[in-house]
Design a protein around this ligand. Structure first.
Ligand code: CU
Length: 113
């Protein structure tokens, strides 16, 4: 009887820790549908598709500063410090390329449909 209780408690602990571990990993590994993560000197995803009137959020999850700057000057985040975020609402359809002004070749685009 005592052994059964110990076994049940052990199983519960394993199940609970596996479950919370899973949830935590999901939260930490993927940006949301209207989000871009800046990590490893790259925009992730580098191409984001959103419906019109969506507010997109970029978060600097890297260990250095970046910018999120529209190629055609529609928006410019300015310098984004580590852990800083920037948002912009896209009110018209189209393809909106952007880049980081600090790192040559670091680029992405938002496609508003
Ligand atoms: Cu950068």
């Amino acid at each position: 009887m005592k052994a059964n209780i110990i076994a049940m408690v052990a199983i519960c602990v394993v199940v609970i820790s596996a479950y919370s571990g899973c949830t935590k990993d999901q939260a930490a590994n993927a940006p949301g549908p209207n989000e871009v993560w800046i990590k490893n000197t790259a925009f992730n995803p580098s191409e984001l598709h959103v419906p019109v009137n969506t507010t997109v959020k970029w978060t600097n999850m890297d260990n250095q500063q970046h910018t999120v700057t529209s190629d055609s000057g529609i928006w410019d985040s300015g310098i984004l410090d580590v852990n800083a975020a920037f948002t912009f609402q896209f009110n018209s359809k189209g393809t909106f390329p952007y880049q980081c002004l600090i790192h040559n070749g670091m680029a992405g685009k938002v496609i508003v449909e």
